[in-house]
Design a protein around this ligand. Structure first.
Ligand code: AHM
Ligand code: MG
Length: 337
């Protein structure tokens, strides 16, 4: 338990506020997101008995089929957050544009972005899925934010986190002072800190990538993976193991727990798209969390948190996890620039 037995998320946040690292509004925001995640965890765990599996019969703006749980989780997060007075607006993978807070409610100074249920392809097969969120400041003087006000680089995030709905439900959070994990105590109904200051080892022997896309990869990506696959007798001089859950939250959670590199590269399958994952509510929050745990995150060339976004649903290539591996993969890409 790492010396943190019994510290609830509420207590951790109050102590962060006392230390002057967050204010009352940000504390409330994180508490509200955590509460919404508890509701989502409940819905996810009901599975077929809750009637929540299967397609919703609609597509999102990215042309992806929405699952019933995508839509439900999105609604849970909006309903929990819109009336509290801590937000100016919110944006989601499942909504075409951002949504300002309705005028009937007080407005706050923060913007919330989320992927309400990441890993949708795993919903119907009872494999871990999750919620990812990112918190930005609303620009000064803006009370009715539009999409442009959300287009801030990831390094300006004031908080980020994810909740993984696995055998246990865990919330992993950073407010810029380390990355900490909280496990949901279902009897008490509260998140309890189970790991303070998660650290990703710099070296690893494990990688996570969808290998079925190999034939579509660009040369530096093929070179990097070929060398890992060559094992002990290859240039890297060691054997690597592969794991791919196909839920980013679960794959990143494993990497935070025991190291590894997670990759979703740009490829030639869809050459117009700079990757599959979305910058604003998938790559940025995960990059912030990973860097705060001593890891690294790039798009193959540049630090993800430095990227200046131009679109709310912008896609990006992702290489994140153990620092030394991310550096090697990034060097191979830069060398062919
Ligand atoms: P989603 O947000 O629609 O669920 O898509 C994102 C997911 C990630 O969780 C995961 O890393 C990736 O898509 C899996 O992709 P693939 O189906 O190519 O394995
Ligand atoms: Mg997603």
């Amino acid at each position: 338990m790492n010396g943190s037995k019994g510290v609830s998320l509420t207590r951790y946040l109050i102590e962060e506020q006392r230390a002057g690292r967050i204010n009352g509004d940000l504390r409330l925001l994180i508490e509200v997101v955590a509460r919404a995640c508890k509701s989502i965890a409940h819905a996810v765990s009901k599975g077929a008995l809750g009637g929540v599996l299967g397609d919703a019969g609609t597509d999102n703006i990215q042309g992806e089929v929405q699952k019933k749980l995508d839509v439900l989780s999105n609604e849970i997060l909006i309903e929990a957050n819109e009336w509290g007075g801590h937000l100016a607006g919110l944006a989601s993978e499942e909504m075409d544009h951002c949504q300002p807070i309705p005028n009937v409610y007080p407005k706050g100074n923060y913007l919330l972005l989320f992927d309400p249920l990441d890993g949708s392809s795993n919903i119907d097969v009872n494999v871990s899925v999750g919620t990812i969120f990112s918190v930005l400041r609303c620009p000064d003087g803006v009370t009715e934010p539009n999409d442009e006000h959300f287009l801030q680089p990831g390094k300006t995030q004031v908080a980020a986190g994810y909740t993984v709905y696995g055998p246990s439900t865990m919330l992993v959070l950073t407010v810029g002072h380390g990355t900490h994990a909280f496990t949901l105590d279902r009897e008490q109904g509260s998140f309890v800190m189970t790991q303070r200051d998660m650290r990703i080892p710099g070296d690893t022997k494990e990688f996570a990538v969808n290998m079925s896309n190999l034939r579509h990869w660009h040369p530096p990506m093929r070179r990097y993976i070929d060398e890992l696959l060559a094992g002990k007798t290859g240039p890297r001089g060691k054997d690597f193991n592969m794991r791919w859950v196909a839920s980013m939250v679960a794959d990143v959670h494993r990497i935070l727990t025991r190291g590894g590199i997670f990759i979703y590269p740009r490829d030639l399958k869809e050459p117009d798209k700079p990757g599959k994952l979305r910058l604003m509510y998938e790559a940025n929050p995960m990059a912030f969390i990973v860097e705060q745990a001593g890891g690294a995150a790039t798009n193959g060339y540049d630090r993800i948190l430095d990227i200046a976004p131009s679109k709310l649903h912008q896609r990006v290539a992702v290489f994140l996890g153990s620092k030394n591996e991310v550096e090697i993969a990034t060097r191979y890409h830069r060398e062919t620039q």
